[in-house]
Design a protein around this ligand. Structure first.
Ligand SMILES: Nc1nc2c(ncn2[C@@H]2O[C@H](COP(=O)(O)OP(=O)(O)O)[C@@H](O)[C@H]2O)c(=O)[nH]1
Ligand SMILES: [Mg+2]
Ligand SMILES: [Zn+2]
Length: 385
């Protein structure tokens, strides 16, 4: 059984759906797709088939023709009507959703992490490829172009209900065959604004509840005691963001009774490391501890996630969050009010390695830190890498 790369709901052998792709076939309002995308969506003819209960050997038709125009149809998710990439039902998907307030570094992280994952997979003799053309071009035009070609930063992610919001397009990566099955990694970005507002009946955000993992980003530069110590260069470009606690509460509401793994990520960690140089400051001693896991990056020497290193870091970051006054954030995850305790782990990452200079990445280029840890933790749990 696998999951839909868009709504993250289970795709089972019991229910199949197809949509006509003939340009000439009539378009009608698609209420299901509209609810799941958050914007008015139209579809051509859709056909759904249930597996007959008394026929366990039943296989769906392979070349279904549209009942109206007799042209070919393509498989879609029976739940949200997203077109499934080729070979989807035979593979297995690992689904990850980004979360966090505005400007916490979600999109930049995603852009850099995918590049690093590509290198890691290549180092292992494999290759990382996008499973959909739209995902590939979204990554290229939005993330890669901004970060690696223009050497600038990514524009703020538009709210999901705007018609051109690129994060509705999941980034679907094919990792290769592991354990006899083709594995896909699905990454969904989100606009912080969508999580800062109350999220009643937001069906287009329900995918959080069905995700295998959520990467929740917390930006230390938005903590006043940190911001006050940072050099002007960093504090001058601090972006306004929502309350991380409110975002986490909204997120937990969306997760509901779901059981995603939670990666709580302290982002832009280069700024914290810089506090080492603020002599006599309250943070210089903590950040000068060269033995600390958060001061070194085990890098790409081994493809697998290092549990011992990860466990050490987990407790270090948890105590850093306490010192940052983010205790309630930790409690919300460790002992949630809902009683729905999620498997969680704390991480640090720096995607850029250094603060951007205005709208540009600093001249020394991107030197990221521990960006693969969270994704390796998730892949490891699924027996991949
Ligand atoms: N110092 C530092 N700044 C970062 C880093 N990642 C992102 N930023 C800054 O944070 C801003 C917001 O990042 P973005 O990924 O767009 O945030 P999002 O709204 O959560 O997607 C960027 O424009 C950068 O200036 C990092 O690793 N280090
Ligand atoms: Mg963004
Ligand atoms: Zn779906």
């Amino acid at each position: 059984m696998t999951k839909c790369p868009h709504c993250f709901n289970a795709i089972t052998a019991d229910l199949h759906a197809w949509r006509c792709i003939n340009q000439g076939c009539q378009l009608r309002p698609d209420m299901v797709a509209t609810r799941f995308t958050g914007v008015q969506t139209h579809s051509r003819r859709i056909v759904k088939l249930n597996r007959p209960e008394d026929q366990p050997q039943w296989a769906p038709p392979t070349n279904l023709a549209c009942p109206e125009c007799r042209q070919p149809m393509r498989p879609i998710c029976p739940t949200c009507h997203f077109e499934l990439p080729p070979g989807w039902r035979d593979g297995e998907a690992i689904t990850i959703a980004m979360a966090g307030a505005r400007a916490t570094g979600k999109s930049v992280y995603l852009g850099v992490m995918i590049k690093q994952l590509e290198r890691l997979v290549e180092q292992m003799g494999g290759s990382l490829v996008f499973a959909t053309e739209r995902g590939r071009s979204t990554y290229k035009n939005i993330y890669e172009h901004a970060l690696f070609e223009k050497r600038g930063i990514i524009q703020p992610t538009p709210v999901a209900t705007l018609s051109d919001s690129y994060q509705r397009e999941p980034l679907i990566l094919s990792l290769g065959v592991f354990g006899g099955k083709r594995r896909f990694l699905v990454l969904r970005d989100v606009a912080g604004e969508d999580l800062e507002r109350p999220v009643q009946n937001a069906q287009h955000l329900q995918f959080f509840g069905s995700a295998d993992a959520i990467f929740y980003m917390f930006d230390p530069t938005q903590v006043p005691s940190i911001a006050g110590q940072l050099p002007d260069l960093v504090s001058a470009q601090l972006h306004e963001g929502g309350d991380p606690q409110v975002v986490l509460e909204n997120l937990m509401r969306l997760v509901g009774t779901g059981t995603p793994k939670m990666s709580i990520i302290l982002s832009k960690f280069d700024t914290m490391q810089m506090l080492r140089r603020v002599k006599g400051g309250p943070w210089s001693k903590i950040m000068s501890n060269t033995g600390a896991g958060f001061m070194r990056d085990p890098g790409m020497l081994t493809p697998a996630y290092d549990q011992t290193d990860g466990n050490l870091l987990h407790f270090e970051v948890q105590s850093l969050l306490h010192r940052l006054g983010a205790q309630s954030l930790v409690t919300s995850v460790v002992r949630p009010h809902t009683g729905n305790q999620l498997m969680h782990r704390f991480f640090v990452v720096s995607a850029l390695g250094e603060a951007a200079e205005g709208e540009r990445i600093h001249k020394r280029g991107i030197a990221s830190f521990r960006c693969l840890d969270p994704v390796r933790w998730v892949l490891d749990a699924h027996g991949v890498l």
